[in-house]
Design a protein around this ligand. Structure first.
Ligand SMILES: *Cc1c(COP(=O)(O)O)cnc(C)c1O
Length: 368
């Protein structure tokens, strides 16, 4: 049996009518950029993330950039973040003219370790930027405490954790600002690119709203240097439809994660993912750890299993960040995660039979 890594066709088939109608409405209105489709989505997503304001933008990367600007990150500043994430988390710091500084990850979850983060702070650190990796919230209460004690704003990269919770509070509700991506493969995905910043701060929300639209205070008046980071009308309309289904999809992912836990529990040499204490993850990715990962990955591919790796190279060792001067061994937790992590097929519609096929193939693949 072949099992795909992700099956967006299976997600769209049952809601095709709703999506078609939403897109048709945008075409009829010709409200292609921002407009009512985007506003309606923003109004629904802000409370979903436990916030007063949601500002829709054209990608998660743009959301992070604007959130850091609003948090007051300027050229020459430092932002403390994780070396084990999608590269955008660090890009946003660089776009502000600031320097990403790193601390190691918790070896159980792969999430930024708040104690290591505290030890890495300097007098120039202007923001804390943990990631809810794989849909599992970081230790965000510890980061809130650190943020308060040090007076450094917390920005949550929730690009993988739409709908996750930590002690009852939704992902996106922690710190000064939080950022989401609606890249198609995320738990809540657009029909193209998309992202959002959420916050409770009226001033920050107003500034981000201006910055995404060429920093216009009023038409043709530009308060500062702005960006074209606007969300498209079609994306807002599609996202508003899909948001209504997100809790159902996340529940199905939880069921699938529970099934993997049972199917994989007995396999020697496979380390299963561990949620943060108090967290309800949304399993954006189901990531196990294995020795000799690339060989296991190759064997799974031969068996028709769509496995993948998130992420094979830690950010501090990327050529783009060579100028930061990190050597291998700098963050051993992140480096061993990068060497051993293996993402198994995970999507709301995955069937028990598909998961059994994945488990059987993995059992064979890890045999020496
Ligand atoms: C996807 C992702 C982003 C960037 O989102 P885009 O919409 O692709 O720009 C940022 N951070 C993390 C952790 C992500 O997974």
């Amino acid at each position: 049996m072949k099992v795909p890594f992700l099956d967006l066709r299976a997600q769209h088939a049952p809601i095709r009518g709703e999506i078609d109608a939403a897109i048709r409405e945008v075409l009829d209105d010709t409200a292609f950029v921002l407009g009512p489709g985007v506003s309606r989505f923003e109004e629904a997503f802000a409370p979903y993330a436990g916030r007063k304001h949601c500002i829709g933008v054209n990608s998660g990367t743009s959301a992070l950039h604007l959130a850091l600007l609003a948090a007051g990150v300027n050229p020459g500043d430092e932002v403390l973040t994780t070396p084990h994430t999608w590269i955008s988390t660090s890009w946003a710091v660089s776009y502000c003219g600031a320097r990403p500084i790193y601390a190691d990850v918790d070896p159980r979850t792969g999430n930024l370790d708040p104690k290591a983060a505290e030890a890495a702070l300097t007098a120039r650190t202007r923001a804390l930027l943990p990631v809810d990796l794989y849909g599992n919230p970081a230790d965000l209460e510890a980061f809130e405490d650190l943020s308060r004690r040090k007076g450094i704003p917390l920005v949550e990269d929730a690009a993988q954790s739409h709908g996750a919770r930590l002690r009852g509070r939704p992902a996106g509700a922690f710190g000064a600002l939080a950022c989401f991506s609606f890249y198609p493969g995320k738990n809540l995905g657009a029909a193209g690119e998309g992202g959002a910043v959420v916050t409770d701060d009226n001033g920050m929300a107003a500034r981000i709203r201006r910055l995404r639209d060429h920093a216009q205070e009023s038409r043709h008046r530009h308060a500062e240097i702005g960006f074209n980071y606007r969300m498209e009308g079609i994306q807002g309309a599609v996202l508003a439809v899909k948001l209504r289904h997100l809790d159902g999809w996340n529940a199905a992912r939880r069921t699938a994660a529970g099934r993997y836990r049972e199917l994989l529990a007995g396999i020697r040499g496979v380390v299963l993912p561990e949620p943060t204490p108090g967290a309800e993850p949304v399993w954006h990715l189901y990531v196990v750890r294995v020795q000799d990962r690339d060989r296991v990955l190759a064997r799974l591919k031969e068996a028709g299993i769509g496995a993948a790796v998130h992420y094979p190279h830690p950010v501090h060792l990327q050529p783009a960040y060579a100028s930061l001067g990190h050597r291998s061994g700098a963050f051993p937790g992140a480096e061993s995660f990068a060497a051993e992590c293996l993402s198994l097929p995970m999507f709301a519609e995955i069937t028990a039979e598909q998961q059994e096929a994945v488990a059987a193939a993995l059992r064979d693949a890890v045999r020496p």
